[in-house]
Design a protein around this ligand. Sequence first.
Ligand SMILES: [Mg+2]
Length: 329
Amino acid sequence: MALTGASVLLSSSIASGQATGSSQAPRQSAQQQLRIAAASSGGSSATRCQRRAEARQQQQQKAWRCSSVVDGAGASMTVDNESDAAPVVAHAGEVARAAGVRLDPSPELLQLIRSADAFTFDVDSTFCADESIDEIAAFLGVGEQVAELTAKAMGGSVPFQDALAGRLGVMHPSREDLERFLAGHPPKISPGIPELVLLLRSQGKQVFLVSGGFRIVIHPIAESLGIPIDHVFANTILFDHDGAYDGFDPNEFPSRSGGKREAVQHIKKTHGFKTVVMVGDGITDFEARAEGGADAFIGYGGVVYRENVAKLSDWYVFSIADITTALSQ
Ligand SMILES: [Mg+2]
């Protein structure tokens, strides 16, 4: 099965118990649910896999009961059942290797990431295994319209600020809407992220989140893993006196195209960092690798494989644990 040009979406479905303390790992069970999304080009070859995987996803949708926010220190996340995911990840790996994607880090890159002062992470489909804006849109009953705009934004074909304004205009979320959404949708932190954050912290590296998503969603996630709020760069939704949607803060770096690059440049400058590594799945994340910004870009395909991003990556991984392993050696 050829998937040239395809983007492959791999969703990790995790059901977990509560973290009980810094010395105890949460009891968790997990199911992997997979969906191969037809790409904007070359998607027809993925049709059979897509149908099969989507049927499986529908069957497993009820397994989404993740409360994977864990206490930072000492906590761990396990995935009990990766058997369903393995073939698709392996296939995406074959596609990537055939496309010339760098699936193994060079010695120079290893040296760079091991000596880095800070790691900055994209959130949607990287730090977390979903696209929060799409989730909110689905909750509000406008999922299809917003998903289409999100796909365009991730593909780099629409200025981010226009896509953001368009999506929020369609969603028009009130404060109450978002509070209800958050109450019923615990974050789905990607497997391996808690361990990597712990390792980075133990090595004295700073951790930042740079996201086109919303602070109201991301702040609790950051806090759950011990990441300070002033290490979060994301969008702020504005509300009027009655709590109705009233636009977004245009002063936030991620509200505009190139904003993630500006955010990382700001982080590097204000903290005096010499070396910063960006980890993400989208083209807007790769944009952060620029003069004065990120010194290296690690692409992540554990949720979505985007070939254009993969080919630009200094190193491309399908598992966050690969980064943890590389930093541990
Ligand atoms: Mg992303």
